[in-house]
Design a protein around this ligand. Structure first.
Ligand code: FAD
Length: 436
């Protein structure tokens, strides 16, 4: 997005093709414009790396050029449905609160057990990741965009973070430092919170891992993002743009690509095995430090920071309780959200199956949904057929309920393999008093 000053000092948005951060204050009109453009498609498509479908206000918030209160206020008046956007704004505050509670969050794992996690020390992998030369086009496009513009969208940040941690097994701290060096919105609190979460040692485990190829179905369905930042791949057909190693040699030749020469070979090949190894490393940590695993729920535990403890106990300086806290004689441990696959694998380390596999498949039904939406808009007959199909589905559902049959699974927007009902969602008896 580019913002310019007109001769009479009026700010104007001239283009939404690329992001350009400008070092002056923004008028409410511009904030409104950014929000309107960013929020329009926010609920469904904020994951698009190839479209400007988020607000792009993070650098302005970071440098204090706009206040979050103004953004909040303006967002309420955009007349769009914005709960997801407002939630994101709240996460920003959450990260500052966390940094107050855990001031070493940018260097020390919040979950104490994970300090002993094994990480790879392969510098060549780290360099390839930083330079956008991993051989995975989506990861490379995002890392090159970051280097050239100082920015990438949230979804791409998740993709490259998952790749660094779950597939390259490199310590999240490398990612944190690189982002601090290169992001125009680099923010100690948000950056550390997100990398800790991605690195599995933060207060909130991400319950997903982005696959470096499948994620493209959500964020770059037509390959235009990759074509923009990895122009050497531009000649590839859509089908192979995110996996050039699968492209037949004749098509590669026609596109002018020689793998290993003008575009790198993949630096890691067996993604499934790399992910399995990452899971095994976490299980090892949890088994070694069982004192930080809650016996009832199987969740990881973190020690409650002194400040929070003092606040909860309502004690001021000089209180008896305050002395207990300061003397550090005891630790108060609290169970925190823990990925179900970690719990499962800790209980059954030798099993091969993983019903809680968190690797996202991407937006698999995108093409179908887009075709229906397109036809609905333009084609009266198609929309009538669609209505008929929906009515049929409704009837089928009701009939199944009446006959006591299980419901058919809904393929719409289905992207996870995680089952909906599982033993870990059941509140253990010892925690009933907390749940009610
Ligand atoms: C590994 C990783 C590192 C990140 N590092 C940073 C960072 O250094 N600085 C930074 O501002 N954001 C960071 N984020 C969060 C997020 O990616 C950016 O805030 C967002 O991409 C900025 O674009 P936007 O303004 O269009 O966001 P929008 O989606 O339009 O959101 C509006 C605002 O909400 C806040 N926000 C959005 N997502 C988050 C989030 N996950 N956590 C906290 N606040 C959020 C931001 O202030 C953002 O400007 C990181 C995310 C990841 C996965």
């Amino acid at each position: 997005m580019a913002i310019y000053l007109t001769p009479n000092n009026q700010q104007q948005i001239m283009s939404v093709d690329y992001l350009c951060w400008v070092p002056y204050f923004l008028s409410n009109k511009i904030i409104n414009c950014l929000l309107f453009l960013g929020i329009k498609h926010y609920d469904k498509e904020s994951g698009r790396a190839d479209k400007p479908y988020t607000s792009h206000i993070s650098p302005y918030l970071h440098f204090g050029q706009i206040s979050p209160r103004t953004v909040l206020h303006e967002a309420y008046f955009t007349k769009k449905s914005v709960p997801k956007f407002l939630r994101k704004l709240a996460w920003r505050d959450l990260s500052y609160w966390l940094l107050v509670l855990f001031p070493d969050m940018h260097v020390e794992p919040v979950r104490p057990a994970y300090k002993s996690q094994r990480w790879s020390s392969d510098r060549s992998h780290l360099r390839a990741w930083q330079k956008g030369m991993t051989g995975y086009p989506l990861v490379d496009a995002a890392m090159r965009e970051l280097w050239l513009t100082g920015w990438m969208c949230n979804y791409s940040r998740h993709v490259v973070a998952s790749f660094l941690v779950a597939y390259l097994h490199l310590h999240w701290i490398h990612g944190y430092r690189w982002f601090q060096d290169t992001l125009v919105d680099a923010d100690v609190a948000i950056n550390a919170m997100m990398w800790q979460n991605g690195g599995m040692s933060g207060l909130d485990h991400w319950n997903f891992v982005m696959h470096p190829v499948d994620a493209a179905m959500t964020c770059d369905p037509y390959g235009s993002y990759v074509r923009k930042w990895c122009p050497e791949l531009a000649g590839l057909p859509d089908e192979y743009i995110h996996k050039p190693w699968k492209c037949p040699p004749s098509q590669l030749r026609r596109a002018g690509i020689v793998l290993g020469q003008n575009y790198p070979h993949r630096i890691v090949v067996d993604l499934e095995e790399r992910r399995e190894q990452s899971l095994r490393d976490v299980v090892e940590v949890r088994q070694k430090h069982s004192e930080y695993v809650d016996k009832v729920s199987g969740s990881d535990m973190v020690s409650v920071p002194d400040q929070l403890l003092a606040f909860t106990l309502g004690c001021a300086d000089g209180d008896d309780n305050d002395d207990v806290i300061k003397s550090n004689t005891c630790q108060f441990l609290l169970p925190v959200i823990t990925r179900k696959e970690f719990k499962y694998k800790t209980l059954q380390p030798n099993t091969k199956d993983n019903p809680y596999n968190t690797v996202l498949k991407g937006y698999v039904s995108r093409k179908r949904d887009e075709t229906i939406a397109y036809m609905n808009e333009r084609h009266f007959t198609a929309s009538t057929i669609n209505e008929g199909a929906q009515m049929y589905e409704r009837r089928e559902r009701t009939a199944r309920i009446m006959e006591g049959l299980p419901q058919m699974r809904d393929p719409k927007n289905k992207s996870r393999r995680t089952p909906t009902s599982d033993p870990f969602s059941i509140v253990p008896p010892a925690y009933f008093h907390l749940a009610n």
